[in-house]
Design a protein around this ligand. Structure first.
Ligand SMILES: Nc1nc2c(c(=O)[nH]1)N[C@H]1C(S)=C(S)[C@@H](COP(=O)(O)OP(=O)(O)OC[C@H]3O[C@@H](n4cnc5c(=O)[nH]c(N)nc54)[C@H](O)[C@@H]3O)O[C@H]1N2
Ligand SMILES: Nc1nc2c(c(=O)[nH]1)N[C@H]1C(S)=C(S)[C@@H](COP(=O)(O)OP(=O)(O)OC[C@H]3O[C@@H](n4cnc5c(=O)[nH]c(N)nc54)[C@H](O)[C@@H]3O)O[C@H]1N2
Ligand SMILES: [Mo]
Length: 777
């Protein structure tokens, strides 16, 4: 028997896999990782799981009837035919050619949202986009499910793309420990979320750093519906608030600052525009349109909405004004209807405190949402696979995918534009699982019935793969060479192949090269290189860029031999908008006013009722009393996995209750609903239902239940529930944050919870579809 250990990396960290006789049998944390993520325990079970895609497969109905809309796509019992690679590639190349000639390249949807894997060369989206660009382009997607509202709103307010500066250059935890006295976080600081970073982190430092900050005396206040949104060992005051009410709380905190003379008027005058409009609104002198009259946004008013005591809010506002305070708005808070408002109000609140741009003070968004925030920054990017240019300018905001497929030519509003959906004939997805991530899965299933052809590359038979006409098996990171790293982590890592590909799985690069060959553009796609040669080239280009900045890194061979390198040029002392604070004229922001826009003429000119010219209180749909749906469900990120990936692995499985995702509920609510610990329950929301396993806990605010995302969508017993496995998107509502951002709103939904009567149906989510032969790995 041969045993070896291979270092690898995933979005959930860097670790080693133990390989015995060609099979991954274990996962070992890196010895110098202070707090390794338990998600690595999912890898051995997932790598060789029976749900791996082993051979190219084509849906029988598509094969027999030809391309066309088909409401049967994804239906339980739908059958596949396994074919040889050359046949699959011929079919797909022919179909791509038919669609682009008949309808133009904009009829191909290649938005293909999703996290794929950590390696930067075999990055699924980059590969797909490079290929589609080579054959004439595609309809793309913009922004993310993570922070769609933020990405559109923030450039209007601070004149810089949010994700680059605002998020990645947030003050490091070391700076927080040194300078911050009070960290007020809306949406908690969920340590399990910090296990994740795009490209993975070399060591899980966020949890230990939060604890170190707490031990050093930084005070934490967590506003959240869950008490355990803060890591053990961090002393935090928990202000339990009703989901979707953060903006009311922020307006009330500003009310205290304005009425008690605590607002920093010098800062507001010098660095912001529109503070007077906002002040008049907060004090009830003006309504959201600037007309005389309105509601005074007092702490008592906010208490009646949020449930946080007025006295607590007054005390908090006073403390915030006295201390060096950092206001963090977690991304979950904006992943809901009117999600732009808490971001804008949070920034305005930080401006009223006058500490924006000071070390350890001001505004941030992303601590506790992902591991790299607070990790410091590097001026260098990462080696990457060049994607080329898309000659087609058609795109949608990413979370509009169902709308687009269901309403070709339909109109919608987005960031000041009146736009129309393209007419999509072919959907091409690689590295994402929309049947995990999108809201209202029954509607998404209907939408996937509309195009003529759906193509999916997958490692596993996900529900998305089961909605495809052509499914091509992709290698996992353990089956290929790659490099990775992540922003704010600064360690570039080699990822060496550890095992042979499962079945007939291939590197997507080679799949695209062969497709490009059939379409007469192999040379344009490959430029004569193998993927290994691209890796060297990408590294070499990155090294040259470093050299231009006077930074030295070893050559590729040395890096590959060593397995990792520290990226030079670490920056830890950033303060968001620090340069602007120091020199407001010379470093004026790229906003119309050159300042932070607490009132935006641009946004006001769009005339959106769901996002007017300054932050306002707009009660979202989860605050509408509905006797049929008395509870609010928080669909946050799972502790057991990253999204749907490796969700069948041991660590994730151990958290399930009777094979289903755990639904957490306060004991009082459990009693009222007539359900008990360990029960299989039915959760019903506006767009459908799912089954889940009950966990009773007093860490939740009464009236709130929690069912994290992740469960593989299982519609196999639809009489029992839309999904019998526990995917909250079976019941969530498919609606944008507002006409401005059109971001994902999957975090919150109204539900009812009932005992599930009758025989409990099996979970079939991981069984490959009919016609697919089992494979011994
Ligand atoms: N209700 C609700 N829904 C949400 C959220 C929420 O808060 N509430 N959060 C949202 C957020 S923030 C996000 S980012 C999304 C995440 O949603 P996704 O990013 O779609 O989720 P993943 O499970 O990571 O999907 C990645 C897929 O890529 C596959 N894959 C991995 N490696 C490769 C590869 O090399 N090649 C190919 N072809 N495939 C590969 C995996 O098997 C997996 O199926 O979910 C969103 N959905
Ligand atoms: N383990 C693990 N970690 C992950 C991921 C994963 O799948 N698994 N996904 C990663 C990805 S892609 C992303 S984008 C980030 C997302 O990062 P976030 O969006 O920050 O994470 P969530 O877990 O969705 O939400 C965090 C907490 O916000 C609280 N919350 C919900 N609604 C409200 C509200 O209205 N007000 C307030 N004040 N609090 C509220 C909930 O209690 C929840 O636990 O997480 C990343 N980290
Ligand atoms: Mo995300």
């Amino acid at each position: 028997m041969s045993t070896a250990s291979y270092p690898t990396s995933a979005h959930w960290g860097s670790y080693s896999v133990v390989v015995e006789d060609g099979r991954v049998v274990g996962a070992r944390p890196d010895p110098d990782d202070p707090a390794p993520s338990p998600l690595i325990g999912n890898t051995p079970g997932a790598q060789h799981h029976a749900s791996r895609v082993a051979r190219p497969a084509v849906r029988r109905r598509w094969l027999e009837n030809g391309p066309g809309p088909d409401p049967m796509r994804g239906a339980p019992g739908d059958e596949y035919v396994e074919v040889e690679w050359p046949r699959a590639l011929d079919l797909l190349a022919g179909e791509l050619d038919r669609v682009r000639r008949g309808y133009g390249n904009a009829a191909i949807y290649g938005g293909s949202y999703g996290w794929g894997s950590a390696g930067r060369i075999h990055h699924a989206q980059s590969q797909l986009h490079r290929f589609l660009n080579t054959i004439g382009g595609y309809t793309a997607s913009r922004t993310t499910y993570s922070h769609g509202a933020l990405e559109v709103l923030m450039p209007h307010l601070i004149g810089m793309p949010g994700t680059n500066r605002l998020l990645h250059r947030a003050p490091a935890w070391t700076q927080i420990r040194e300078h911050t006295e009070l960290l007020v976080t809306f949406g908690g600081l969920r340590v399990s979320n910090t296990w994740i970073a795009a490209g993975g982190r070399s060591a899980q430092t966020a949890g230990p750093q939060m604890r170190a900050a707490s031990e050093a005396g930084v005070e934490f206040v967590s506003l959240s519906p869950l008490r355990d949104d803060v890591p053990d060992g961090v002393k935090a005051a928990w202000l339990s608030l009703a989901p979707g009410t953060d903006t009311a709380v922020m307006l009330a905190l500003m009310h205290v600052l304005f009425t008690e003379g605590l607002a920093d008027t010098d800062f507001l005058d010098r660095y912001t525009v529109g503070a007077d409009r906002l002040r008049a609104y907060v004090l009830g002198e003006r309504d959201e349109q600037g007309r005389p009259g309105g509601v005074e946004r007092t702490p008592e008013w906010a208490e009646s909405i949020s449930g946080v005591a007025a006295g607590e809010l007054r005390a908090l506002a006073r403390r915030m004004a006295r201390c060096r305070t950092l206001v963090n708005v977690g991304w979950s808070v904006q992943r809901a209807r009117y999600g732009e408002q808490p971001l804008w109000a949070g920034l305005a609140l930080a401006c009223c405190l006058g500490q924006v741009g000071l070390p350890g003070g001001g505004f941030a968004s992303g601590y506790g949402s992902m591991g790299n925030y607070g990790g410091g920054a590097t001026p260098l990017g990462l080696p990457r696979m060049p994607q080329g240019n898309n000659p087609v300018d058609s795109y949608i905001p990413v979370a509009k995918v169902s709308d687009m497929l269901l309403h070709p030519g339909g109109s919608y509003r987005y960031d000041g534009e009146d736009r129309r959906y393209p007419d999509i004939r072919l959907v091409y997805w690689a590295g994402g699982n929309p049947f995990h991530h999108h809201q209202d899965l029954a509607r998404l299933s209907e939408a996937f019935g509309r195009p003529e052809t759906v193509v999916v590359h997958e490692t596993h038979w996900t529900a998305t793969a089961r909605h495809a006409d052509i499914v091509l098996p992709a290698t996992t990171v353990l089956e290929r060479d790659d490099v990775t790293g992540s922003q704010g982590d600064l360690v570039l890592r080699a990822m060496r192949k550890a095992v042979e590909p499962h079945g007939q799985a291939r590197d997507e690069y080679d799949t695209y090269a062969d497709l490009a060959e059939r379409l007469g553009v192999r040379e344009e796609f490959t430029e004569g290189r193998t993927s290994g040669e691209w890796m060297r080239l990408a590294y070499g280009r990155w090294r040259a860029m470093a050299a231009r900045r006077g930074l030295e890194v070893p050559d590729f061979d040395e890096f590959w031999e060593r397995g990792r390198l520290e990226m030079p040029g670490r920056v830890e002392d950033e303060a968001l908008l620090g340069e602007f604070r120091a020199d407001p004229e010379g470093k004026a922001l790229r906003t119309p006013s050159g300042r932070i826009e607490l009132f935006s003429e641009t946004i006001a000119s769009f005339g959106y009722e769901d996002c007017p010219g300054h932050p306002v209180w707009l009660p979202g749909p989860v605050l509408e009393e509905e006797p049929e749906l008395p509870l609010v469900l928080v669909a946050n990120q799972p502790r057991g996995s990253m999204h749907s990936q490796q969700e069948m692995g041991a660590h994730s499985r151990a958290q399930k209750v009777r094979g289903r995702s755990p639904l957490r509920m306060h004991p009082r609510d459990a009693e009222a609903c007539g359900v008990a610990e360990g029960d299989v329950v039915r959760v019903t929301g506006p767009s459908g239902s799912c089954l889940a396993g009950l966990v009773v806990s007093d860490a939740l605010r009464p009236g709130v239940v929690q069912l994290s995302t992740g469960a593989w969508f299982d519609p196999s017993e639809q009489e029992a529930a839309t999904c019998v496995h526990g995917n909250p998107n079976a019941l969530a509502v498919d609606e944008g944050t507002s006409s401005l951002g059109q971001g994902c709103t999957g975090q919150l939904v109204r539900v009812r919870v009932e005992p599930f009567e009758g025989p409990v149906p099996p979970v079939r989510a991981y069984e490959p579809p009919r016609g697919v032969a089992p494979v011994e790995a």
